[in-house]
Design a protein around this ligand. Sequence first.
Ligand code: HEC
Length: 202
Amino acid sequence: MKPLYALGLGALALACLSPLPVAGGTNIPDSAPLIDSNGKLVFPTNYREWVFLSSGLDMSYSPDAAMAGQHIFNNVFVPRAAFEAFLKSGTWPEGTVLVLENRSAATNQSILKHGQIQTDEVVGLSAHMKDSRLKDGWGFYSFEADRKPATEIPHDAACYSCHQAHAAVDTTFVQFYPTLMPIAANLHTLSAAYLAESSPKH
Ligand code: HEC
């Protein structure tokens, strides 16, 4: 594995383990994300009303980076208009914003004796936006605890290289979004990088 894998979503989530209070942000009614006058992405307060793509538990991309103690779920959401466009075309329209929420897990709650549930503690929020004005057409954003508008993460960050090298469709991890993967496969929109990586090795 390349050292790049050392930075996983789990590590990202653990880096900001303080819960995010519900404050600030703007309701984004449709697929159009809100870029403010400083070029920052305004937090979409209503992202939980968007289409849910999938959850991951304790996702890590390093073979030896097991999560100690604290378990984290990832939840991914996209506005309905972008989701519907994907169903037709197998890829994302201009202006799509996907939100990744990291939420702490818990066990031994109520009647639960085994397994993990998601708690009300959000420990990380980031976004991936398709915008042709940005380098390579996509930008990453990470929201702080105050959920103030987020600055685009510089393009030398590992976010970009990992998503470009391994994501199945248009730098998004559609291989982990089970309702979208068959659509992309049928419409032949899987990336060359993904196809090369997932084809049987000789
Ligand atoms: C080592 C690879 C890797 C790195 C580095 C990485 N990600 Fe991802 N990212 C993933 C995977 C895998 C998923 C799918 C998550 C899931 O299924 O829950 C994902 C999903 C996402 C999503 C949901 C939309 C999409 O594109 O699929 C966002 C938003 C996101 N990552 C933001 C970031 C940000 C911000 C950074 C850098 C600070 C980052 N990621 C770094 C692997 C990576």
